[in-house]
Write a protein that binds this ligand. Structure first.
Ligand SMILES: Cc1cc2nc3c(=O)[nH]c(=O)nc-3n(C[C@H](O)[C@H](O)[C@H](O)COP(=O)(O)OP(=O)(O)OC[C@H]3O[C@@H](n4cnc5c(N)ncnc54)[C@H](O)[C@@H]3O)c2cc1C
Length: 470
């Protein structure tokens, strides 16, 4: 950085206005913090946080950053579990929260919004008009963050498809400051080359997405079902058969392993059978169709060994059953454990039950730090995707936590390679760079680096992420 922090802040104020530039330590910590179990250190902080109002201000910031060689980290809402928003080289953290314009255009059958609009608001505003937002991560996540990761959260890939399939167009500010538009305003997406696709899933290294245009999905009618199995492995086998038997896939579906169910049932006072739980949301164009699809799954679950399975008609029980899954980050708390780290393993479909069996007992007999953690298994029912949450005492030293994190990531990489997985929910950058290189090879990694150089010759945006720095 060819400039002092004071001068940087002064110059930023000239672009975005005094009230949208922050240099105090509290703001800098808030925007640097991530889901890593240890606190951010001084070296993780940005020098300044800015909140620009629109693409024009972002363009000015990026032109300035190029001239002065200042790194810029884009911050949507920081809920990513892959730590892309943690600054690795100081500089500017650029928050998209003021890009909050939203227009729902029923005549054109799309909505258009600023990158900072939160999922919770989209779900509510689209819902009021009878439309469904086809990305389901955290209510607090920004659409810019999710589109940058091309993630759809809990939803089933084979039902709603990834954002890349649902996006009509983008406005993007390139790292060198030019503003471009991509895609179409009609419902027909461009065939052939569509530049927008390069930025969707680029995890913020090729440009800052400032506006998103996405198709409107009519709100489906839904019916939820639950199934209880003696073991989580049986759920894995059921998922494999669900696909092979061409059953109506749930639009959303989760499972919770034996250990986590125990904690969840106690917390929500649910009198559910012991073992593991699968919970599904089926959809249809009308209530009858949704219910028919859900009942088909209920019958199927019973036929493959569920000890019990039924439609979740009671609203209170339904909400509590989902909450058993949604409260994953709190599963260790009853044991006084507060530090946690989650991993993601996406086995190829035939190996799903085997991967479940391995992950379920992952801490047993280990002599490393992973053996000292409590591990809870959960995952998606609509896709072959597993998560494991490792929890440990929050009073471990930072050094010990960092060692545990590195062991857990190494384990994730080994398991992904063993079972044929990818960075399916959270993306690749930065900590899955070694996995990317191993799966796709050095030629592919070189292509990524060349793309980055082409778009961002001074390596301004999200510096350190493609290099795999955490
Ligand atoms: C409890 C919990 C559960 C979660 N469950 C899921 C889940 O089930 N499935 C799932 O897929 N994810 C899940 N996530 C991860 C996370 O919620 C999603 O990845 C989310 O979509 C990220 O949105 P964000 O606004 O927080 O992005 P951020 O974390 O702010 O950013 C993510 C990346 O995109 C970049 N970026 C952000 N905005 C822009 C922009 N406008 N232009 C260019 N680059 C940008 C950032 O620099 C960063 O690299 C979960 C997270 C938590 C905390």
């Amino acid at each position: 950085m060819d400039i002092s922090t004071e001068k940087l802040a002064e110059d930023m104020k000239k672009i975005v206005g005094e009230e949208y530039v922050f240099t105090d330590v509290f703001e800098r910590v808030v925007y640097a913090d991530t889901a890593l179990p240890y606190d951010v250190g001084k070296e993780d902080l940005p020098d300044v946080v800015v909140q620009p109002a629109d693409a024009k201000e972002i363009s000015k910031i990026l032109k300035y950053a190029n001239e002065k060689k200042v790194p810029v980290t884009t911050y949507g809402s920081g809920t990513s579990l892959i730590f892309g928003t943690k600054p690795k080289h100081g500089g500017i953290t650029l928050s998209t929260e003021r890009l909050n314009y939203l227009k729902i255009d029923e005549d054109h059958q799309w909505f258009e919004c600023g990158a900072g609009v939160k999922h919770g608001r989209l779900i509510k505003e689209l819902g009021k008009l009878g439309y469904f937002f086809p990305i389901q991560t955290q209510a607090g996540s920004s659409i810019g963050g999710s589109v940058s990761v091309n993630t759809l959260g809990h939803l089933t890939d084979n039902v709603f498809a990834r954002p890349v399939a649902n996006i009509l167009g983008l406005e993007v500010v390139l790292p060198t400051g030019e503003i471009i538009e991509t895609g179409s305003k009609c419902l027909r997406r461009p065939a052939g080359l569509d530049l927008g696709r390069i930025f969707i899933g680029a995890e913020g290294i090729l440009g800052i997405i400032t506006k998103v245009r996405m198709i409107l999905y009519p709100m489906p009618e839904t019916a939820d079902a639950v199934a209880f199995f003696k073991t989580t492995e049986e759920i894995g086998k059921a998922i494999v058969l669900m696909y092979k038997n061409k059953l109506p896939l749930p639009m959303d579906g989760e499972f919770v392993g034996e250990k986590a169910c125990k904690v969840g049932y106690e917390a929500f006072q649910l009198d559910f059978p012991e073992g593991a739980m699968a919970i599904t949301r089926s959809m249809g164009r009308n209530k009858e169709e949704a219910l028919k699809n859900a009942l088909t799954l209920v019958e199927f679950f019973k036929s493959v060994g569920a000890t019990s399975s039924f439609i979740l008609e009671d609203k209170e029980i339904r909400e509590k059953a989902w909450a058993v899954r949604e409260n994953a980050m709190h599963w260790g708390e009853e044991k006084g454990l507060k530090g946690f780290l989650a991993i993601e393993v996406n086995p190829v479909l035939p190996k799903l039950p085997e991967a479940i069996a391995e992950l379920k007992n992952i801490t047993e007999g280990r002599r490393d730090l992973i053996g000292e953690t409590e591990a809870y298994l959960y995952g998606h029912v609509g896709s072959d995707s597993l998560h494991c949450l490792f929890v440990f005492p929050y009073d471990w030293s930072i050094k010990k936590m960092k060692q545990a994190v590195s062991e857990i990531w190494k384990l994730e990489k080994e398991l992904q390679l063993k079972y044929g997985g990818v960075g399916g929910d959270w993306g690749w950058l930065p900590y899955r760079v070694p996995l990317f290189r191993e799966i796709y090879g050095e030629v592919s990694y070189e292509i990524l680096k060349k793309l980055k150089k082409l778009f961002d010759p001074n390596n301004i945006l999200n510096r350190g992420n493609i290099e795999g720095e955490v």
